[in-house]
Design a protein around this ligand. Structure first.
Ligand code: ZN
Ligand code: ZN
Length: 151
C-alpha cells in the first residue's frame, strides 16, 4: 500500500500474556496510544476514539479512564505530567523513553539514550532495592524558542 495517509491504520498488536483480556475498546485505545508520538490525556484519547470508524459502541470518557487504569496496572502505559498542567498524560510503555520538554512551545524531544542505563541501573542491581521503573524529564527551551527569545 502506498497510501501514506490511509484513514484506517493497521491496529498494532494488542500484547498477549498481560492478564488483560482483549476487547475491542482496549484494542482501540491501545492502538491510539501506539500511534501517538506524544503522551495523550484521557480526553485526547476519547476524541480519537470517537473519530475511529471501528468505534461502534457508545463510550464515555469514564470508559477511557477505566481502560487506562487497567493498562497502567499491567504496566502497558506510563503516566506522565506536563509542565503547567495538572492532567495526567499517558504513553505506551515502550521500554521507556526520556524527553526534553520545551517550556515555551511544549514540544517534546525524545532523548536517544536512557541516562540511567549504564551507570545507575547496573549499580543498583546489587543493592537491596528492586527497581521497577524510573522517570526523568528535562525542561528547557528548544532551538526555535531560543531563537525567538533572542530576537
Ligand atoms: Zn520550543
Ligand atoms: Zn531510562
Amino acid at each position: 500500500m502506498n497510501h501514506m495517509h490511509a484513514s484506517i491504520p493497521e491496529l498494532p498488536v494488542f500484547p498477549e500474556g498481560t492478564g488483560l483480556k482483549k476487547t475491542k475498546q482496549r484494542e482501540l485505545i491501545y492502538s491510539i496510544l501506539a500511534q501517538a508520538d506524544t503522551p495523550l490525556n484521557a480526553q485526547d484519547i476519547y476524541q480519537k476514539l470517537l473519530m475511529n470508524p471501528e468505534c461502534t459502541g457508545s463510550y464515555a470518557v469514564s470508559t477511557v479512564y477505566r481502560v487506562l487504569l487497567a493498562f497502567e496496572e499491567k504496566k502497558l502505559v506510563t503516566q506522565t505530567t506536563m509542565p503547567g498542567s495538572e492532567m495526567a498524560y499517558y504513553e505506551l510503555n515502550r521500554g521507556h523513553r526520556h524527553y526534553a520538554t520545551c517550556l515555551s512551545c511544549h514540544k517534546r524531544i525524545p532523548l536517544e539514550h536512557c541516562p540511567f542505563e549504564h551507570q545507575i541501573l547496573p549499580d543498583m542491581k546489587n543493592s537491596d532495592f528492586t527497581i521497577t521503573g524510573h522517570r526523568l524529564e528535562l525542561y528547557g527551551y528548544c532551538k526555535d524558542c531560543n531563537i525567538s527569545e533572542k530576537n
